[in-house]
Design a protein around this ligand. Structure first.
Ligand SMILES: *Cc1c(COP(=O)(O)O)cnc(C)c1O
Length: 452
């Protein structure tokens, strides 16, 4: 019989904190496998740290969302928000499932084209579209969502110059009871600017107004806000039909559904507070169907859901580098992934678990990343078991925004693998190397040599 390992006793200060509705949190369950694939073996094969994405979870989540909307509304179309995660393998899963592409820059537009998305199924959003971008989008028949008057006039000008009829939608911002209002994108509803923009598009006679768009914000927990937004876009559609006899092809409700992550400092976990796809679908479709839009003219409902479709599918696994005690007695654990890889740690309290079965004892711990920077705090404090150097951890729900907002800083960005439907790993983005970084640089001749 093997000797039991010694577990040192710890003295813990009892904080008079509030329990959650489940009582005082207890043992942190380890996560050893993702889709049947051992995290420890993945780290051995692909290095540490490592992003792991689950194709199973992506498809399952997408189908759940699609079902929620399509069972309530006759004509539903998702469009994958590239900036949320534009790794090509990820985008292509969504395209295989039937989603169009939603892009917000020339770079993303080209990425979608190269992935094989037909131009006319690319929605081009955002405040920054160059004349070159617009020309390409117009000649590809893409769906251009106009953000401001300068862009509107550029497009009118281009339509005449190119002798084309660009397909456009107006982005509308509005008061839906969530503050501060995201009024920096698009045209305002309440002050009449959106209606003004619509009239100018119609007056141009050279643009094809096919839709209305809004994106009310992100990580929205209120389904009511979407009902109000849908109602306001519907009322613009009705006005358009009355004045011009024009029936819009689509109403695009943007993204913004909260994922199941927990916001920093939130009292309840996101798994309890985030509304389901059914809840969001109920609110949006009721906003549209109870409007004055005639039933035989109901426009297609477009959704640009980002984080809620992909967060759950992403994991960041890695290795403990060291443990130490801070001068005030708190425990600190240093892990090999920092805030440069986990941008979302600035606003989420991520669910972080041990990979191996460890002690049941947990202690108030600060989790630091490997960067030589004071800001590199992955979790300020959490009750965490006493991991040792070489033990492994895994961070859940990191699929949204991390693989696009990560920074190459001090270390290389690591490998990303995708587990296919059978749980088999495929490398989908290679770890950077010194050559990757240096290939971008030039050294002027007079700086090439030095003698020390
Ligand atoms: C970022 C963005 C989305 C996706 O937002 P999520 O909050 O990730 O769902 C959708 N549409 C537009 C226009 C965006 O800018």
């Amino acid at each position: 019989m093997s000797k039991l390992t010694f577990e040192r006793p710890i003295i813990q200060r009892v904080n008079a904190g509030l329990p959650s509705k489940y009582g005082i949190p207890r043992r942190l369950e380890p996560i050893s496998h993702i889709d049947g694939s051992s995290i420890r073996s993945l780290l051995e094969e692909f290095g540490s740290p490592l992003f792991v994405l689950s194709e199973q979870t992506i498809r399952k989540t997408y189908r759940e969302a699609y079902r929620a909307f399509s069972s309530r509304y006759p004509n539903v179309q998702f469009s994958w928000s590239y900036k949320t995660n534009y790794l090509n393998a990820v985008c292509n899963i969504f395209h295989q499932e039937g989603a169009w592409a939603e892009v917000v820059s020339g770079f993303e537009y080209h990425k979608a084209l190269e992935n094989g998305v037909p131009g006319e199924l690319i929605i081009f959003n955002g405040p920054d579209k160059s004349i070159e971008d617009l020309k390409l989008a117009i000649s590809n028949n893409s769906l251009i969502h106009i953000d401001h008057f300068d862009e509107l006039y550029d497009i009118i000008h281009l339509s005449r110059e190119m002798n084309e009829r660009p397909k456009v939608a107006i982005r509308v911002n509005m008061d839906v009871g969530i503050y501060p209002i995201w009024d920096r994108f698009g045209f305002n509803y309440e002050n009449g600017e959106a209606w003004d923009a619509i009239n100018r598009v119609m007056a141009s006679k050279t643009l094809d107004l096919i839709g209305l768009h809004t994106h009310i914000g992100t990580y929205i927990l209120s389904t009511e806000a979407y009902r109000i937004a849908a109602g306001k876009l519907a009322s613009l559609a009705v006005k358009l039909e009355k004045k011009y006899g024009l029936a819009l092809k689509y109403i695009d409700m943007g993204g913004g559904f909260a994922s199941k992550n927990t916001l920093r400092g939130a009292y309840y976990p996101g798994t309890d507070t985030a509304p389901s796809f059914d809840d969001f679908a109920e609110a949006i479709t009721s906003g549209l169907m109870s409007s004055e839009i005639k039933p035989d003219h109901l426009p297609m409902l477009v959704l640009e859901t980002g984080r809620a479709l992909i967060d759950e599918a992403g994991y960041l696994a890695g290795t403990v580098l060291a443990t130490k005690r801070l001068s005030d007695g708190r425990r600190a654990t240093i892990i090999d992934a920092g805030v440069n890889l986990l941008f979302t740690s600035f606003w989420y309290d991520h669910d972080i678990r041990p990979v191996e079965i460890v002690s049941d004892q947990t202690e108030d711990t600060t989790l630091y990343g490997p960067l030589c920077m004071n800001i590199d705090v992955v979790r300020g404090n959490l009750m965490f078991p006493l991991l040792k150097k070489g033990d492994h951890y895994v961070i859940r729900r990191v699929g949204a925004y991390n693989n696009t907002q990560w920074l190459q800083f001090i270390t290389f960005r690591p490998n990303v693998v995708m587990l296919d439907m059978k749980g088999k790993p495929h490398l989908i983005r290679r770890r950077e190397s010194l050559e990757t970084i240096n290939s971008q640089e030039e050294i002027p001749d007079h700086l090439k040599n030095f003698n020390l």
